[in-house]
Write a protein that binds this ligand. Sequence first.
Ligand code: PYL
Length: 285
Amino acid sequence: MTRLVPDDLITLPAGIEAYDRDLLEKTGANLEQIALGAAAGAGFNLTNLHPGKYKVAVIPVTSGLGTIDGFAKAVSVVAGYLGFQVYITGAADVGGLIEAYKRDADVMMLADDQVFAAINLKSGRVVDNATATAAGYAAALNFMAGSLKGREVLLIGAGQVGSRAAEALTVLGANLIVFDQNKAAATSLVEAIITRTPSPVSLRVADDSADALQSASIIFDASPGRGFISGKQVNEKTLVAAPGIPLGLNSDAEKKVSARLIHDPLQIGVATMLYQALADLRSPG
Ligand code: PYL
């Protein structure tokens, strides 16, 4: 996934309430319901999970290109907004791990340039951001569409998030058309899903994104491309789930679709990570 920059995150803390109201208006579900739906869809049991009983440590990591200004803060704001007891460790890296253990964190969240993980220190469960983001966005799209069962979804991108989203979307009963610039990647993803999916769903590879976009009414944009979907390729009814940055819709398309566009830099992924990471824990006490 593309590395976030401070500008992607600067407004997140102050805007979290308005973001959640907007999400509810668009999908009929708020951030908590989407995260719960994503966790349930992935087969987790979350009955009577009370966020307020869990301690979440967010640990800055200085490896590789180093920390991103606002990243730990953004993650902690999402966790706090959902009701978890959350803190950013005073130290980064190993010092932060020690602090999380010493303060008896239930979950620690940390990211280097390759992986962003939530690690449940009590059960050992590890949830990565790509898997959680895919599940969370599929659940949000399902809410927004009413149901994806039997609906055709154009999935753009068969990479880290797209391949996991293909799984989550087929579990929700969607008929997938998969496009990736690397046709072999799209083909092997379709073949993998077909062999893994018990119930017959229709999946096929699109040869050309423009043709596929012309007839798509539901789009899951999991590609790293910026602005390649034009205003002419969407209409007043198109539903779009676009995890992460940059956004595949150009400004015309974004204006047209805005009321039916799910797109954020971290919120849905972080919320789903937390609920999936805690799925093993029965609420203490
Ligand atoms: C997890 C995000 C979602 C999209 N791109 C991913 C990204 O930017 N990864 C890099 C995260 C680096 C965090 C840095 C810090 O501030 O702790 N190591």
